[in-house]
Design a protein around this ligand. Structure first.
Ligand code: KIV
Ligand code: ZN
Length: 516
């Protein structure tokens, strides 16, 4: 089928809202801006930038993303409450193309237990919220939370009423990841057929991955007539996550014979987006993850390698370069100059200011002095760290650890806390414990260590260690990563990264946990 006859499916990315909302995936203000810039450049049609009423931090991030948006529609989430709608309207009004996305639960179980409202009350709340939102912006999306477990007649009644009130997009989420492809396809067909004014709105899919069917369900919803897919980079999101953007986009591209739709996504940027989101959230991408996993294009078995050498299509259904995987990693080393480093960054898709380049180049030289070859993955880790630590209040200055078979292991650490340098020594049950105890002595806090993970960024014994640390405090979890050829330095950086996130963030109210 030729491109001209294909229907356009719009991509609504909710990495910064549904993705960031999941425990441990918190991003800093700067990280959110960097992710939004990339999504906009990549051709995402709608960026859900956050939930402005949740906190001042969320509001500021949505407002700033709206201000700097170039092409994408910028959406802010809101419950039906007037204050939520107004805050969302205030935050997105700076965008060239603002959208308010208001949602309410419509399933019997949610209305009865979560909202404690009758169906008629929820219908009235929906109409009021859409009407209020339409007074602020022209582009209003209404979502029936837990839509796939909603009674069909009631769902149709709500959809008809909110379209009449001015909703331009109707989203029917599979909030709990319960539906199946056939069921979801049929749901869209039924609603579109039964609702008399359904042609006045775009229908949207929003699928969670609890049974591993989020992508299949999303595509089935499109076959049922929806034309917007809500998804996240790397599939991050509540519980098992949301449908992965890279998977829905590539499924429609590679199997365009079955899914005759097109999107505006520049697929060669998918790998970069995946790495950026993994870096910002510190959520590692599983090695065998479709499209963007480290092994997605690796061929290990002899039979496969033999086939690949004879003809790549024997085992490859898409070119790695079509999703931005570069075959050759141009190796950099200590003799590489500033110009080569800048062009390497550009080749990897990082546009940096002169100041950032200066900072990154110093770090690169430092790394190259300690490591024979610096690979793309190492540079990626440097860039991630540079974005993540730009506004840190607590920074590592130096660390010396005495380790070995004879204890006690002892760490001597120097930190700069808001510019003031302080030093402390601490013992521990092993060098990592001693390192973390030194941090606790210098910055007393109650946070609990929920996760500590180490892996090598590249191959070789001089590879950088990349450490992931998750800290939890007051019901909130944050994750950060640190990279260094010295595992203990990487551990200290990761711990401090998470601590800085806790210090920077305020307690936030998450949309799905809060009743109206
Ligand atoms: O999963 C869901 O129902 C949501 C809504 C807020 C759209 O994320
Ligand atoms: Zn969701």
């Amino acid at each position: 089928m030729s491109t001209t006859t294909r229907d356009r499916v719009v991509i609504f990315d909710t990495t910064l809202r549904d993705g960031e909302q999941c425990p441990g995936a918190t991003m800093t203000f700067e990280e959110k801006l960097a992710v939004a810039d990339l999504l906009d450049e990549m051709g995402v049609d709608i960026i859900e930038a956050g939930y402005p009423a949740a906190s001042n931090g969320d509001f500021e991030a949505v407002a700033e993303i709206a201000r700097r948006s170039k092409r994408a529609v910028i959406a802010g989430l809101a419950r039906t409450a007037a204050n939520d709608i107004d805050r969302a309207g205030e935050a997105v009004r700076f965008a060239k193309r603002p959208r308010i996305h208001t949602f309410v639960s419509t399933s019997p179980v949610h209305m009865k237990y979560k909202l404690q409202k009758s169906a008629d009350e929820v219908l009235a709340m929906s109409i009021a919220s859409v009407t209020r939102a339409r007074n602020l912006v022209d582009d209003v999306e209404w979502s029936a939370e837990d839509g796939t477990r909603t009674e069909i007649d009631y769902l149709c009644r709500c959809v008809e009423a909110v379209i009449k009130a001015g909703a331009t997009t109707i989203n029917i989420p599979d909030t709990v990841g319960y539906t199946t492809p056939d069921e979801y396809r049929a749901l869209f067909r039924t609603v579109r057929e039964r609702v008399p004014n359904s042609d006045k709105a775009v229908f949207s899919v929003h699928c969670h991955n609890d049974l591993g069917m989020a992508v299949a369900n999303s595509l089935a919803g499109i076959e049922g007539g929806a034309r917007q897919i809500e998804c996240t980079i790397n599939g991050i999101g509540e519980r098992a996550g949301n449908a992965a953007l890279e998977e829905v986009v590539m499924a429609m591209r590679v199997r365009s014979d079955v899914f005759p739709y097109e999107t505006g996504i520049e697929a060669t940027m998918l790998t970069r987006a995946s790495k950026m989101v993994a870096g910002a959230t510190s959520f590692p991408v599983q090695y065998n993850k479709a499209i963007v996993g480290r092994n997605a294009f690796a061929h290990e078995s002899g039979i496969h390698q033999d086939g690949m050498l004879k003809h790549t299509q024997t085992y490859e259904i898409m070119e790695p370069s079509s999703v931005g995987v570069s075959k050759t990693s141009l190796v950099m080393g200590k003799h590489s100059g500033r110009a080569a480093f800048r062009s390497k960054l550009e080749e990897m898709g990082h546009k940096v200011s002169d100041n950032q380049l200066q900072d990154l180049f110093i770090r690169f030289k430092d790394l190259a002095d300690r490591k024979k070859t610096v690979y793309d993955e190492d540079i990626e880790a440097l860039v991630d760290e540079n974005i993540a630590t730009a506004h840190d209040r607590v920074r590592l200055v130096s660390l010396t650890v005495i380790a070995g078979t004879r204890g006690p292991q002892r760490a001597t650490m120097r930190l700069a806390i808001e510019g003031r340098q302080v030093t402390e020594e601490a013992d521990g049950n092993g060098p990592v414990d001693a390192t973390f105890n030194a941090i606790k002595a210098l910055v007393p806090h109650e946070a609990a260590l929920e996760l500590y993970q180490v892996h090598a960024v590249t191959e070789g014994t001089d590879a950088q260690a990349e450490v992931t640390v998750r800290l939890g405090a007051e019901g909130r979890s944050v994750t950060a990563r640190g990279a260094d050829p010295d595992t203990l330095v990487a551990s200290a950086k990761a711990y401090l990264g998470a601590l800085n996130k806790l210090l920077a963030g305020s307690r936030r109210l998450h949309a799905q946990y809060a009743a109206e």
